[in-house]
Write a protein that binds this ligand. Sequence first.
Ligand SMILES: O=C(O)c1ccccc1NCC(=O)[C@H](O)[C@H](O)COP(=O)(O)O
Length: 265
Amino acid sequence: MDTFLDRILDKKSEEIQLLYEQDALINQPLPVSTKPSLYETFKQDDQLSIIAEIKRASPSKGDINLGIEPPEQAQLYEASGASAISVLTDEPYFKGSIEDLNQVQSKVNLPVLCKDFILDPIQLKRAKQTGASVVLLIAAALSPERLQYLYDEAINLGLEVLLEVHNSAELNLALATGASIIGINNRDLTTFQVDLNTTETLINQIDDPDIVVISESGFKTSDDAKQVADMGVDGILVGESFMKSDNVSEALKEMRVPTTRRVQS
Ligand SMILES: O=C(O)c1ccccc1NCC(=O)[C@H](O)[C@H](O)COP(=O)(O)O
């Protein structure tokens, strides 16, 4: 039976086809990024770094905040101490757009993550062209060979890669690519259940303390943030709870808890 991820990926293949039909856009020269490095920013932070996300809707929650103005929200995130901004650019399932990314990147001086389901190098070029400095690659969505290929292509384009995993097998693949930024997603992509213990299980399998580890999904309170900070993560990625908050600034500042740095095991 098809999973939700399968359905998202099928739709994405149609979008990729359309991108190839607009290749005039893609063949323009690629800009040099002026954004700070996510890796360096997170490594130098002495508090838990936060990637704050622009997320209008999702498959698990439906509409979250359709009235949002992405540039204003991103500026609020930056002023409140976010270390990076994530923009969901998928249209069919998350109601985002590449234009959201374009508007956000022009307003903030932070690393900007293009959060999408990337299957093809043309999406990397579009992300770079639009001003992203980081792209998401999801191990569950790619064969090991494709993952390595897209990882190398992204690095060659001057992009940083957040390589997302959900289980030990995916983590082993991620480590084999040489990824320096690994995202552990606490949301099971089949059931949509969120469990912060996923981070605990997987971070214990990452020996190299130089790897930046980011725990993704399900953060609602400072206690949640503290729980994963104590496990040794460098940062967290937060979407829904900021998008629904009446006081984003306070919600974000509360999650900037002290970190526990991992050491060589
Ligand atoms: O959020 C979903 O429903 C979802 C479903 C299928 C694939 C990906 C999905 N979300 C992408 C994300 O990784 C989250 O937007 C991100 O980690 C923030 O999560 P949250 O803070 O729980 O909104």
